[in-house]
Design a protein around this ligand. Structure first.
Ligand SMILES: Nc1ncnc2c1ncn2[C@@H]1O[C@H](COP(=O)(O)OP(=O)(O)OP(=O)(O)O)[C@@H](O)[C@H]1O
Ligand SMILES: [Mg+2]
Length: 247
């Protein structure tokens, strides 16, 4: 079954026309990579899916789990089961690792709205202990303020925190390996592989093609706001896409 479908999405920042008819589809249980170099429109695509403005989607549609969510506010889309690990890992830097993971301690701001469910709503997708199994590094640092974590540890925490969302069906990862050393990339990638092994559907945004192809089933290549290539990992590996990608 198709879980997420973008059909001819045009997105704008004011007069600036960024996404020019982006269409893509992700089936339940798939790991799909969205590739493209700096400024291609990857983050804009994520924001268009989740309903965060800007940008403004002026035509085309986004469907999730059978519903047309194009006009839905971000909070509703998150409640429907879409989790985003944003670019740049926005953590509550003053809070400890564990406080970041314990929803009950997050008493302010948007996350409170996002995490809150209607009475009888779902429970978190993963427990804090399950997350510590997935990211042992975070358990070692459970009492450390998150602002003092290394870049790789912050990325792990950012992913882990998103997995606390209830009833998660689709995880959007915006450049999870950006700026990380090779060894840490490997460790983050292994955790992502474990998550995907549990049946979660994932859209993995990457500039790093090799990392993306290790994890994904299929991929789309975005360039200047247009999908210029789509294929299986095997096809992407054979195709000469260097002009669109960081290789
Ligand atoms: N808030 C904004 N206002 C105006 N233009 C924007 C805004 N955000 C992004 N853009 C522009 O939209 C284009 C696409 O940006 P986007 O962030 O989607 O790229 P990206 O593919 O995620 O790149 P990167 O790999 O560097 O994160 C860029 O030209 C960028 O300058
Ligand atoms: Mg980006």
């Amino acid at each position: 079954m198709t879980l997420l479908e973008l059909d001819g999405v045009h997105a704008y920042y004011g007069a600036s026309h960024i996404l020019r008819g982006v269409s893509m589809a992700i089936d339940e249980g798939e790991v799909v990579s969205l590739l493209g170099r700096n400024g291609a429109g990857k983050t804009t695509t994520v924001r268009s899916i989740v309903g965060v403005e800007p940008p403004e989607v002026r035509s085309g549609s986004v469907r999730f789990d059978g519903a047309d969510v194009t006009e839905w506010p971000a909070d509703d889309i998150v409640r429907a089961g879409v989790g985003v690990v944003p670019e740049g890992r926005r953590l509550f830097t003053e809070l400890t690792v564990e406080e970041n993971l314990e929803m009950s301690n997050i008493a302010r701001g948007r996350w409170n709205t996002i995490y809150r469910r209607a009475p009888g709503g779902g429970s978190p997708t993963m427990t804090v202990n399950e997350l510590y199994d997935l990211f042992p590094r975070l358990e070692e640092r459970r009492d450390q303020r998150s602002g003092t974590l290394s870049g790789g540890e912050q990325q792990m925490l950012s992913i882990a925190r998103t997995l606390r969302l209830p009833d998660l069906q689709l995880l959007l990862l915006d450049e999870p390996t950006e700026g990380l050393a090779p060894q840490i990339i490997q460790s983050v990638s292994e955790s992502i592989r474990e998550i995907t092994g549990q049946g979660l559907t994932v859209l993995l945004i990457e500039q790093n093609v090799r990392e993306a192809l290790k994890l994904a089933d299929r991929g789309y290549v975005l360039d200047q706001g247009e999908i210029v290539y789509e294929g299986t990992v095997g096809e992407l590996e054979r195709e000469d896409l260097d002009q669109y990608l960081v290789v």
